[in-house]
Design a protein. Structure first.
Length: 284
């Protein structure tokens, strides 16, 4: 009877041990499923947060560029208006001097010819200035359109690349999880027939595979973050180059306007001297 009780106790202990191993495997599978869901949620949240930050950055850059363009247009309008006022004043002065000279002199025919030539020269100069302004504005608009197209193309390429990387990572994770689940099922089927040493060895192999997978995933995540940092730095460098070219172009336009004003002032000075010489000859 004692031997019978020992056998019953051994069978009971064996069944309890099998039930305990099954419960432990179930707990491990539930823990792995929860970890996988938490990992997916974390990746989705990080991607959504990066997308929101990128959209806010784009919106802020667009607002800054629009305000800068409005300020530049207002500044150019103000400069043109000041130049126009100076030219009007100079023209009024020249007109008053010419009328006084005409009233004092008797050479009405020569005065009419000179006035007609002067009017033609002024109109031609105005037409040249307007043509140069229109050409400069058209060049600026073309440069802006080209920059905008390149910027949109680069943004589309970056979005496609990020989507491809995320899809590849999800596919790799899914494949690893499927392989791991298949291995776990096989391990359960063999565990009923193997001894305790084989079970311990297989559990150690599972842990080692999971640690290797986690290390590889961490390495890929770091490489992805480093790649994103490099892409942001490249975008900033390209934007800085475009701004430098635009600033150089604005400085060139301002230098040409200053040269035109200097040439106009020199012509006005020569005209005044010619009028004074004619006046003195008339008096003598």
């Amino acid at each position: 009877r004692c031997f019978y009780n020992q056998k019953i106790l051994q069978k009971t202990f064996g069944e309890w041990k099998d039930w305990w191993t099954v419960c432990r495997e179930r707990k491990l599978s539930l823990r792995a499923d929860s970890h996988y869901r938490h990992l997916l949620h974390n990746l989705i949240f990080k991607a959504w947060r990066a997308y929101v930050c990128q959209q806010q950055g784009k919106r802020n850059k667009y607002y800054v560029a629009e305000s800068h363009a409005k300020k530049q247009k207002l500044l150019r309008t103000w400069q043109h208006w000041l130049v126009y006022v100076d030219v009007r004043r100079a023209k009024h002065g020249m007109q008053s001097v010419a009328l006084a000279f005409r009233e004092r002199s008797c050479l009405r025919i020569s005065w009419a010819v000179w006035r007609r030539r002067h009017y033609q020269n002024c109109t031609g100069h105005k037409m040249n200035i307007l043509a140069l302004q229109h050409w400069a504005q058209s060049l600026q608009f073309r440069a802006w359109l080209q920059w905008r197209e390149l910027y949109l193309y680069s943004q589309n390429d970056k979005q496609k690349e990020t989507r491809a990387i995320t899809h590849h990572q999800h596919w790799e994770l899914k494949r690893c999880m499927e392989a791991w689940l298949g291995y776990l099922n096989l391990h359960r089927a063999k565990k009923l027939q193997n001894e305790l040493a084989q079970e311990h060895h297989q559990s150690r192999i599972v842990r080692q595979c999971f640690s290797d997978w986690r290390l590889s995933w961490e390495c890929r995540r770091r490489m992805h973050a480093h790649r994103k940092d490099i892409e942001k730095l490249a975008a900033r460098i390209a934007l800085w180059r475009v701004f430098a070219h635009w600033k150089h172009y604005v400085l060139c336009v301002e230098e040409t306007q200053q040269c035109e004003l200097a040439e106009k002032h020199y012509k006005h000075h020569l005209l005044v001297r010619a009028l004074l010489c004619i006046r003195w000859k008339r008096l003598w």
